[in-house]
Ligand binder design. Sequence first.
Ligand SMILES: CC(C)(COP(=O)(O)OP(=O)(O)OC[C@H]1O[C@@H](n2cnc3c(N)ncnc32)[C@H](O)[C@@H]1OP(=O)(O)O)[C@@H](O)C(=O)NCCC(=O)NCCS
Length: 381
Amino acid sequence: MTSDNKNIPHNYSPGLEGIIAGISDIAEIDPDHDALSYRGYPAHVLAEHATYLEVAYLLLNGKLPNRAELDSFSNELTQERNLSQQFLAFLKHIPQGANGMTSLSMAISCLAILDLDTQKNDRSSNLSKAKRLIAQSPAVVAALYRIGHGQKLIKPTSHLSHAANFLYMMTGKEPDPEIAKSFQSTMILYAEHGFNASTFTALVTASTLSDMHSAVVSALGTLKGPLHGGANEGAIETLLSIGDIKNVEPWLKETLKRKEKVMGFGHRIYRKQDSRAPLQKQMVERISKRVGDTKLFPLACKLEEAMKREKNLFPNVDYFSSVLYYLIGLPIEVYTPIFAMSRMAGWAAHIIEQHSANVLIRPDCHYSGDKKMKFVPIDER
Ligand SMILES: CC(C)(COP(=O)(O)OP(=O)(O)OC[C@H]1O[C@@H](n2cnc3c(N)ncnc32)[C@H](O)[C@@H]1OP(=O)(O)O)[C@@H](O)C(=O)NCCC(=O)NCCS
């Protein structure tokens, strides 16, 4: 980009900040009140009182399910947790040490090849694919991790909830119910967030009338970045590298002097606090006591306090979720994939909404390069 700023149109907004790029019935972020709701229900209330599958149903269908509807939805998804041998054989070819998000993208592309409905974008096919993707993605994340570490695969179990079954597939042990509930709450808080970067990417792909799996693969590439979903891995790595509460102040001073960003802080839309963080913080405090950790939560609170004082910045959704995942023993490399499998319901709901009233998303840009150049043949340059 050259520096000719003279004729930049007045409606240009770097990073599309403040631009309304669509109309949606799915989530509302109210930055004036630091509030987030899914289909009109406060997200933090859903995170405390609903299950992940109730929320997925709500996001996909626009209403909370009654008992019979939830039972039928859960039964369908529980059956879809089983990954085919053909698919698992493919996963076994991914080299050890591959990045978790890159592997997940490849795995979703492979599911697209095996899904008979891949090329169909009508509402009913999209809903079926959404259910399969929501059910399959936790099984894929767990399988990729275990294959990548030379561990035997754990078959899904039908008597555990969507969230608890993921923890079981990761470890082979049935999780403590309180830990499973807190983990489920983080999944609900990750499930949807309007036109965030990965959802918007998915919509650009869907708007070309490409299919749901392709849109999800596009979203995965965007979520991987450290300014988006990658921040949860960055946040815990930061806390571990600080190591001790007494190192927080000198570490932060040096980091800010170098003008580096602190992962897990700040947000494009929220200005005073991320509406999802207070509940996450409460859960982390509770789980710290439960697992007997006395170090990480106070360290995280100290950095929170110092960031508020130095930069007036607050923790976002990725900060305390990363602490929770660490406390419950999840390996860091699956934190961003966990964000992805949680956001699957939100991505799918938006892709369905886009396909139901499609308009190609194709913005314009202001040209700032050279003009009226005279072509010189190659041998005369
Ligand atoms: C989320 C984020 C990309 C929002 O960015 P944005 O609205 O485009 O705001 P900017 O990146 O332009 O930041 C504005 C200012 O705040 C500072 N800032 C923002 N987030 C910061 C952070 N996490 N650490 C340190 N400084 C930060 C920027 O350096 C910039 O300062 P400057 O004006 O002196 O240059 C940004 O806060 C960030 O990079 N956070 C860390 C990554 C993260 O946690 N991402 C997950 C988001 S849910």
